[in-house]
Design a binder for this molecule. Structure first.
Ligand code: ADP
Length: 636
């Protein structure tokens, strides 16, 4: 069978270059990656055999084998798992299908310092290629379980790889690394040393549930004995979640997390749960320390694996936690499920439902604990995952109170430190009944919004909500601790009612003075607004736009439209600042002049300015520019 040569896909080539020239200090992780792939391959074969009894595959002694040859300077990681077909090898190893990898390369380029760039290696699970950190040539011999012919893949990592079919390949995959020349200065990094291999396996892969064996060279003295050397099992294979807390070190937990979570950093928190009784299960969950880059994409892979009595059943098990906790990684091992259980069955199972509720509460109570015990770690958690957790305020009414308790928000009280709702309530001033917030694109946009003026003036704290989900949960939740959540851009805000300086009389007088102007302006702007009224929110700006309490905000309207949903355009309210010179001038002009052509333009401009001030767009930008230019010209 001829050997064919293929080119790596562009991204794959870039990634290989990175690996070959890597200065990543912890090169040991390549072995963890290869063992992890081998372990997955064994899991897959066992499942496939379970589902298809007719599959012509040997599952009697599934294991991983490591073979080091010090003279040839090769290291081989072998498994008798699922293997790959000829086409699969080309697809899986020659290209990078994972969209995350493109992002990885992008971030890698952007990372300024080498350490930051190298750190990204583990985060994206660039598994197999990491072999090229230590080898200048890699060969793979593999045969897909059930097929008769195998495939040999080889590459020096420099742009091309070769493929050929082979007749005598054993079931599964063996990856052979032709190691780079040994560094005489640094014996510590000799990956053919049995001692070194044992150390790495113990450290990174002890929990792997398949035996990892190594055939050690017999000691020199025993050379003349004709006994074949016995393979030695390097890992304990103990499922960490089935062991008691005292038996397991934090480091061991962390390594399991890295294996499951495809992360190179330690988790933020480890959560254990053992349930006994009619439906027994053990859970070992982790809160990561960093949000993955694709947390808000549709095809985000969740990180909770399902096991049944130590047997791996599935990755990405969505039935175990609600979507807003999709960032949680870990293992759930249930005793009383069938090994054949499917995703559909899990979704409908009452016991699973109960387990999911319990796990959810456990995760939330852990966050709550973090909040009281360790402010810094809580702050990290909220910064990374708060946006996801807030989805739960809308979707999980059962845990809404808990989520509200652990949530924190940017606020005008402090430039950088977020506040909890409880802290906000404690700071509320006498006579303040509501919790005020404003939603918008960014902190800066919100702070500069005219709606904030009166609040700033009177020193009333306002929560600054900038996540798209904020638009939704505030309406769904409605109140906290008996205090209504109120948008400063919605409804009538009458802060003066509590102000002793401004009497009701004065207010009434103003309303009377402006009544005609307000009515006339409403007619002029009829297509766009439903009311013109005097404002008590403004101190500096002449006008602003507000919504009725029950209306969608402009941002929410845009969000729905972006999702392709039809929403009626809600007419909004124009509020004028009666103390502003411009508004006073308009009133006077209205009273004095017969011809109102100019005045109508002014009304239109004022409305457009208010729209601009809250980050919106005038309905007809070209007309707005023209009117504005004419006005400026006249001031010259
Ligand atoms: P990842 O493991 O993150 O998917 P890798 O580059 O390590 O990325 O591997 C790419 C794919 O190649 C794997 O998803 C798997 O399908 C296949 N593969 C790698 N190693 C093996 C193996 N030992 N046996 C079977 N398939 C493998």
């Amino acid at each position: 069978m001829p050997t064919s040569t293929f080119e790596f896909q562009v991204e794959a080539r870039q990634l290989l270059q990175l690996m070959i020239h890597s200065v990543y200090s912890n090169k040991d992780v390549f072995l963890r990656e290869l063992v992890s792939n081998a372990s997955d391959a064994l899991d897959k074969l066992r499942l496939e055999k379970l589902r298809d009894d007719a599959l012509d595959a040997d599952v009697s002694e599934l294991h991983i084998e490591i073979d080091a040859d010090q003279d040839a300077r090769t290291l081989t990681v072998r498994d008798n798992g699922i293997g790959m077909s000829y086409d699969e090898v080309g697809q899986l190893i020659g290209t990078i299908a994972n969209s995350g990898t493109a992002k990885f390369l992008q971030e890698m380029k952007e990372a300024q310092d080498a350490a930051g760039a190298e750190g990204l290696i583990g985060q994206f699970g660039v598994g197999f290629y990491s072999g090229f950190m230590v080898a200048d040539e890699v060969t793979v011999v593999t045969r897909r379980a059930g097929e008769s012919q195998g495939t040999r893949w080889a590459s020096r990592g420099e742009g091309t790889y070769t493929l050929e079919t082979v007749d005598d390949a054993p079931q599964g995959t063996s990856v052979t690394l032709h190691l780079k020349p040994a560094d005489p200065e640094n014996q510590l990094h000799d990956y053919t040393s049995p001692w070194k291999i044992k150390e790495i396996i113990k450290r990174y892969s002890d929990f792997i549930t398949w035996p990892i064996r190594m055939v050690s060279e017999p000691p020199a003295a025993a050379d003349d004995s004709d006994q074949a050397p016995e393979p030695e099992t390097l890992n304990s294979m103990k499922a960490l979640w089935a062991r008691s807390r005292e038996e397991v070190s934090d480091e061991e937990y962390h390594e399991l997390y890295k294996h499951i979570g495809h992360d190179w950093r330690d988790p933020l928190e480890t959560i254990r749960l053992q349930a006994e009784g009619t439906f027994e299960y053990q859970a070992l969950l982790f809160l990561p320390a960093h949000a993955p880059h694709d947390l808000f994409t549709r095809d985000f892979q969740r990180g909770v694996q399902l096991y049944v009595k130590r047997v791996f059943i599935m990755d990405d098990c969505e039935a175990l936690l609600p979507p807003y906790l999709r960032f949680v990684k870990g293992v759930v091992d249930a005793a009383d499920l069938s090994l054949n259980v499917s995703r559909e069955i899990l979704q409908q199972d009452r016991q699973i439902e109960r387990m999911r509720r319990r796990l959810t509460k456990k995760v939330l109570s852990t966050v709550k604990e973090l909040m009281t015990k360790d402010q810094d770690r809580y702050a990290t958690f909220w910064r990374e995952f708060g946006t996801a957790l807030k989805e739960g305020l809308v979707t999980d009414s059962e845990n809404r109170e808990t989520i509200l308790t652990v949530a924190s928000f940017a606020s005008t009280h402090h430039d950088t430190e977020p506040t909890t709702l409880q802290q906000y309530v404690e700071r509320m001033r006498d006579g303040q009944d509501d919790i005020y917030y404003l939603t918008g694109e960014s902190r800066q946009a919100i702070e500069n919004s005219p709606h904030m003026e009166a609040f700033r003036d009177r020193g009333i704290e306002v929560l600054l909500l900038t996540d798209p989900v904020d638009e939704v949960w505030v309406d769904a939740v409605g109140e906290f601790d008996g205090k209504k959540l109120r948008s400063v851009a919605k409804g009538e805000i009458d802060l003066d009612a509590k102000d002793e300086d401004t009497s009701d009389d004065e207010r009434e007088k103003q309303t009377e003075q402006y009544a005609e102007l307000l009515g006339w302006m409403k007619e002029q702007l009829d297509g766009d607004i439903k009311e013109v009224r005097l404002s008590s929110r403004l101190t500096v700006s002449p006008a602003c736009i507000v919504s009725d309490a029950q209306d969608l905000t402009a941002t929410l309207e845009n969000m729905y439209r972006a999702m392709g949903q039809e929403v009626p355009h809600a007419k909004r309210i124009l509020e004028l600042n009666p103390e502003h010179q411009l508004v006073k001038g308009l009133n006077q002009a209205y009273k004095e002049r017969e011809d109102r052509t100019e005045l109508a333009e002014s009304a239109e401009l004022l409305h457009s300015l208010a729209v601009l001030a809250e980050g919106g767009q005038p309905k007809d930008p070209a007309r707005f520019v023209k009117l504005m230019t004419d006005r400026l010209e006249r001031t010259l």
